[in-house]
Design a protein around this ligand. Structure first.
Ligand code: 5BU
Length: 448
């Protein structure tokens, strides 16, 4: 680059790098923060930068240019205009309708594509992007990057056989800013120290049940029972007759925090059954949990919850509901506790990362929701319930996927495990429930 220093000083004035203390996505505290998006606010700098990126590569082989969203999109656009090489656009998520493609623009299978990225750190997200672009049939020949944070990214991509060309390394940037008195010696030392030994991500922590930020009365009750019984076990009683259900409740009631029901699978449902379940629940100290998975507008859900033959509102302590219809749809269950289904356990579920993050936001905002069903750690103001737990099986042939209790406590920091067939299908449900209770509680204590 002809005048690297001059370019960097001007870019610095735009605010592309800031010094202080910043918490990165990984949880690491960094003494600097880089954001190249402001470069698009200076046409002159953007053009200089784009031409310099073009000079890094042999553009005769190139048939397409693709920017990684968002910071690199304007750079890739200018590179395309300056070189005459067509641009394609990579989406962050596929739009869910129409062609469902991850790449927009005109391209053919087997074409060579240059990827443009703003910053490379560990290289992990770049590897994912390359995979997505290659899945669409293109060859990623080269990758140009404006700034290398020197945290192993280049090596990671080299191992995979990719050539990465970078304009600046972070050490170079720090040296130039120091030379022109934009950074003092003590700040430089701090940053260089951080760069030579980047700290690892802080250990993830979980809160004890009694320390969680739960205010809903049903959530509090669940925690009290769990502590009294030393149990994180919710049994899923997916049996189809009233007699089986009562027998199961009697035989495992002492071990569990809640009995999860699918009332609509019971062939001989009656109000006597409800009376019996309530009295067993009182005697054996557990809650009644209807896994109805409501998923409609508030008004319909209210009718389904309060009317019809089951009249859940009169007798269950908590229900599951999908957040698909929006936060207000949850309010109709009040004062029954709501468990929002954020992420399902089955293979190919549509609850992808985008859905999960939106669903979690909504669950946190709702006063009726005290817990979620998910397969990942969630924040301390929600209880986490995890189904898909079984000691023996890896899954069924209908999509269910299983983990052991140890895995869900250590990896997801779950609060309660939901076990169905592992208990009610076993030869001795009482013993099986005791085994899940014991292993679950031990795994919970070890996860603290
Ligand atoms: P299993 O027999 O342990 O596979 O039963 C699991 C139960 O949990 C069953 O009643 C399901 O309806 C329920 N479940 C689930 O398995 N996965 C999910 O994501 C949700 C509920 Br939500």
């Amino acid at each position: 680059m002809k005048n690297k220093e001059e370019f960097l000083l001007k870019a610095y004035e735009l605010g592309i790098i800031k010094f202080g203390s910043f918490t990165l996505k990984s949880g690491i505290e960094s003494p600097f923060y880089v954001d190249l998006r402001p470069l698009a606010s200076s046409p002159e700098l953007l053009k200089t930068l784009s031409n310099n990126l073009l000079q890094l590569v042999d553009d005769r082989r190139l048939e397409l240019i693709c920017g990684v969203p968002y910071a690199a999109l304007p750079m890739a656009t200018v590179m395309s205009l300056e070189s005459g090489i067509p641009l394609i656009i990579k989406r962050k998520e596929n739009k869910g309708y129409g062609t469902k493609r991850m790449l927009e623009g005109v391209f053919k299978n087997g074409q060579n594509c240059l990827l443009v990225e703003d910053v490379i750190t560990s290289g992990k997200s770049l590897v994912e992007t390359i995979d997505e672009v290659e899945k669409e049939g293109l060859n990623v020949t080269d990758i140009v990057v404006v700034l290398d944070r020197e945290q192993g990214g280049i090596e990671r991509l080299k191992e995979k056989g990719y050539r990465v060309l970078t304009l600046f390394t972070i050490n170079e940037v720090i040296d130039i800013l120091h030379k022109y008195r934009r950074l003092e010696a003590n700040e430089v030392a701090k940053i260089k120290n951080f760069l030579s030994e980047p700290p690892s991500a802080p250990l993830r922590k979980r809160k004890k049940l009694e320390e969680k930020d739960i205010h809903h009365p049903v959530g509090k009750k669940m925690i009290d029972i769990a502590l009294r019984k030393k149990s994180n076990l919710i049994a899923s009683a997916d049996v189809v007759s009233a007699l089986e259900l009562k027998n199961l409740a009697e035989s495992i009631g002492d071990k569990i925090v809640a009995l999860k029901l699918h009332t609509d699978i019971i062939s001989d449902f009656s109000w006597t059954l409800v009376e019996d379940l309530r009295s067993i629940a009182r005697e054996k100290d557990f809650l009644l949990f209807e896994d109805r998975k409501f998923a409609d507008i508030g008004n319909t859900q209210e009718l389904q919850f309060k009317q019809g033959i089951y009249k859940f509102a009169d007798w269950v302590d908590m229900v599951t509901a999908h957040p698909i219809a929006g936060e207000k749809s949850f309010s109709v269950f009040d004062p029954t506790g709501v468990i929002a289904i954020v992420e399902m356990s089955s293979a190919g579920t549509l609850t992808d990362n985008y859905y999960v993050s939106q669903a979690l936001n909504l669950a946190q905002k709702s006063n009726n929701v005290f817990a979620v069903v998910a397969q990942r750690q969630v924040s301390d103001d929600l209880l986490l319930l995890t189904p898909g737990v079984n000691l023996e099986s890896k899954g069924d042939n209908k999509g269910q996927q299983y983990n052991t209790p140890e895995k869900v406590f250590s990896d997801y920091f779950t609060d309660f495990i939901i076990v169905g067939r592992g208990i009610y299908k076993s030869n001795n449900p009482t013993e099986a429930a005791e085994e899940y209770r014991e292993r679950g509680w031990k795994a919970y204590l070890e996860s603290l």
